[in-house]
Design a protein around this ligand. Sequence first.
Ligand code: NAD
Ligand code: 6OD
Length: 486
Amino acid sequence: MTQFMHFIDGAFTAGTSGKTFECRSPHNGALIGLAAEGGRAEVDAAVQAARAAMRGPWGRMSVEERSDLMRAVADGITRRFDDFVAAEMADTGQPRKMMEHAFIPRGAANFKIFADVVKNVATESFQMPTPDGRGALNYAIRKPKGVIGVICPWNAPLLLMTWKVAPALACGNAVIVKPSEETPGTATLLGEVMNEVGVPRGVYNVVHGFGPNSAGGFLTEHAGVDAITFTGETRTGTAIMKAAAEGLRDVSFELGGKNSAIVFADADMDVTLEAIGRSAFLNCGQVCLGTERVFVERPLFERFVAALKERAEALKPGGPEDAGTSFGPLISQEHREKVLSYYARAVADGATVVTGGGVPEMPEELAGGNWVQPTIWTGLADDSAAVNEEIFGPCCHVRPFDTEDEVIGLANDTEYGLSASIFTTDLSCAHRMAEAIDVGITWINSWFLRDLRTPFGGSKHSGIGREGGVHSLEFYTELRNVCVKL
Ligand code: NAD
Ligand code: 6OD
C-alpha cells in the first residue's frame, strides 16, 4: 500500500497532525494507499519553506537558469513516465492508453512551453516628451508574485496541476500545491522529480488533505500566501474567493461548465461523431470542457441520435490495464451517487433514455468500482436539472433546433461559459456562432484541440482570468514600470 507524504522544503514528511486518510481505487474499490492529512502546522511549514526559497538562490536565479530547470523537470517526468502513468492510473482508474497518449505527456509539455514563454516574452516600452525637451523612457519589468497556493481537482490531476505549477515556477514564484484528496499520487511523485533535477528546496511544496478545516482551507486563509490559483467547482471557487479577500490576494479560477455542442445539418458526420463521442464520454465524462448539451439541426436529429447511441454502446468498460478498455469508472462512490441521482432525475422529468441510464454489469473483480453507463437523453424540457446543472458524468441531452438565433439563445441560456463546439462546413456560419456563444473557448469541427500558447479559461461562472502562453504571466507575475528621465 502506498504512503502519500507531504513534500515540504524538499523533503517527504508525514507532518505532525497524526492524521491520515484512505485512498481507494476507482475501478475496484480496493484500498491503494494512505495519505497524510495536513493541518495548520503543515501548511505553515510549507509557507515558511516557500518564503525562504524566495529569499534564497531561487529568488536570484536568472530567467535562463529557471527556463533550463523547467526543461529538466519536463525531461524528469518523461524519464519517470511509467511511474507517472502508474500513479495516475491508480488514482483515477482511467485506461492506461489515455494516460500514455494524453494526460501524462501534457504534464511534461506544460513545463516545456512555459520554459520557452518566459524566455521570449517582451514587455512594453514608451518614450515620452518632457517640457525640457529631453524626454523620458518608460519600460516594464516582470517580477514574480511570491508564494502561490495551487488548489487542484481530481479529473486530470497531473495535467491540471502542472498547467499552474509550470508557469508559476517559470516566472520565479514558489508554490504550495494542495492536490485533490482523491488523487494524491502524481503531485507527490513530482516532488521526487524536483529533487532529482535540482529545483531548490522550498520552491515546490505539496500538502495533502481536504478543503474546509483542512489543508485546502488553511492554505487559502494563510496570510503568507500571496495569490491563489484554483481549478474546481464554481461553488468552491466562491468560498476560496471569500478567503482570498482577506489580505486582498489575487485569484485565478478555472471552474465548472455546462458546455454545448452545436451540430448543423451540413456538418461532416464522421468528424462530428468522433468529436462529440469523445467530448461526452472521455474520462467517463469527467472533463470540464466535456459536452453535456448537444443541439442538432432538425433534419439531422434522428440520424445523429442513432449514430451517437451506437458510439456510446461500443464503449468498453474495464480495468485500466486491459488494452481493450475504452471507458473507465467515475472517481468515487460519492460522485457516482451524484451522477446516478441525475440519471434518476432525468427519467422523473420525462426524458427518453436513448441508451444507458444505469450501472453496467461488471465482472466480480471490478464490481466494487464506481461504474455507470454512458447515457444519452432526448426530450427533456429546457429548464430541467439534467439540462442546466453540471453533472460531470458520461451523459448528454440531445435536442433539435431549427434556426441559428434559436440555438444561440439555447446555448447561452446557462450560468456557465466555459467552452462550445460548433460543427458545420459553412465557414461564415461557424464564425458567426463563435462570436455569438458566450464562452471562453470555442472549437470548430473539433474538441479539446489544444495549442498551449492560446488563452484558456471560462466566461460567466466558469472562471476568472486566462491561462496559457503569455496569459499565464498576467497572473504569475507583477508588471512594474520604470520611468527614466533622460
Ligand atoms: P472541488 O471544487 O470539489 O475540489 C477542488 C479542490 O478544492 C480539491 O483539492 C478540494 O480539496 C479543494 N477544496 C474544496 N473546498 C475547499 C475550500 N473551501 N477551500 C480550499 N480548498 C477547497 O472540485 P472537484 O470535484 O475536485 O473537480 C471537479 C470540478 O472541477 C468540476 O466542476 C469541473 O468542471 C471543474 N474543473 C474545471 C476545469 C477548468 O479548467 N475550468 C478543469 C477541471 C475541472
Ligand atoms: O488543456 C488544458 O490546459 C486544460 N486546462 C484542460 C482542462 C480540462 C478539464 O478537465
